[in-house]
Write a protein of this length. Structure first.
Length: 137
């Protein structure tokens, strides 16, 4: 059974390009064009991992969506993808426990993201998730 990825971005070019690349790697990809659509999908769809753009309908849409994903399914890894640093000079990260306490994501990647970098993060987080479940079970 293919790994299910929820891919959320309001940039339709980025969304379709990333979807095609992920599907070429064998992933099942469900897309949403923003926070609202993603939350509607999550009512009936459980991804194995989520890749979420930070700034969509609102400046904090990605933060809010990540929070909702983690609240419903804490074990699902979330990758936030953002151009916030280049656009606002603000620096967000998930490197410390304090940052992870309010940034409900397992990784953050700066746009533009090279696909190889995204693929490595997806594989790393999925492997950590599987290994963590084996250790707990």
């Amino acid at each position: 059974m293919a790994t299910k990825i929820l891919l959320v971005d309001d940039d339709l070019d980025c969304l379709s390009r990333t979807q095609l690349q992920l599907e070429a790697c064998g992933y099942e990809v469900v897309t949403a064009e923003g926070q609202k659509k993603a939350e509607e999908l999550l009512a009936s769809f459980r991804p194995d991992i989520a890749i979420v753009n930070l700034m969509m309908e609102y400046m904090d849409s990605g933060f809010v969506l990540s929070y909702h994903i983690k609240k419903r399914t804490p074990h699902v890894p979330v990758i936030l993808v953002t151009a916030v640093r280049s656009q606002t000079r603000l620096d967000f990260h998930t490197a410390t426990e304090e940052a992870r306490s309010w940034v409900k994501a397992d990784a953050m990647l700066e746009k533009p993201v090279r696909f190889e970098q995204l693929q490595r993060e997806v594989e790393r987080l999925l492997n950590n998730h599987v290994n963590g479940r084996k250790a707990a079970g």
